[in-house]
Design a protein around this ligand. Structure first.
Ligand SMILES: [Cu+2]
Length: 166
């Protein structure tokens, strides 16, 4: 009797683990945001912006147009309606960072402006490496934000304003 009960308990535990595994498989693929570059790679840029990202001291994370001058907030970037913009993002910091253009100052804000991002919170750009995004400006003129989507980095100052002019 005791042996049978033990077998039942073990079967129960195995069942729970199996269910948890199935649930994880179903939920996990939804978690990462975009993992591949936006579908605009064939475009020839009319404007190239080089942006650097890293840390300033231990407590402020920042962007800059010059690797020696990272600031929080980062420099205001101006782009024009109709332009094809390439943004090259270089991580000159000591830890991974990422880049995305969002409509609000919120790490999870969607949709990304023209799908523009380099790296993601889950798969950021490693220290010393770089990436790029290229897109045509067809969103309406206004004020958007570029941010680092690694959890906690926006709060440490890793953001800047990007203005779309008419
Ligand atoms: Cu960061």
């Amino acid at each position: 009797m005791a042996g049978q009960r033990l077998v039942l308990v073990l079967l129960g535990i195995v069942g729970v683990l199996l269910l948890a595994g199935v649930a994880a498989v179903l939920v996990l693929p939804i978690q990462p945001r975009l993992e591949s570059p936006p579908p605009q790679q064939g475009l020839e840029p009319s404007k190239v912006i080089e942006l650097y990202m890293g840390e300033v001291g231990g407590t402020t994370f920042a962007f800059g147009l010059n690797p020696e001058n990272l600031t929080s907030p980062g420099p205001v970037i101006r782009i024009k309606d109709g332009e094809i913009v390439k943004i090259v993002v270089r991580n000159v910091g000591k830890i991974p960072h990422s880049f995305a253009i969002v409509p609000e100052l919120d790490r999870d804000a969607q949709p990304l402006f023209q799908g523009a991002f380099v790296g993601t919170g889950a798969r950021p750009v490693p220290a010393g490496e770089e990436g790029e995004t290229i897109f045509k400006v067809i969103d309406k003129p206004g004020r958007y934000y570029y941010i680092c989507t690694v959890p906690g980095h926006l709060e440490l100052g890793m953001w800047g304003v990007i203005v779309v002019e008419e």
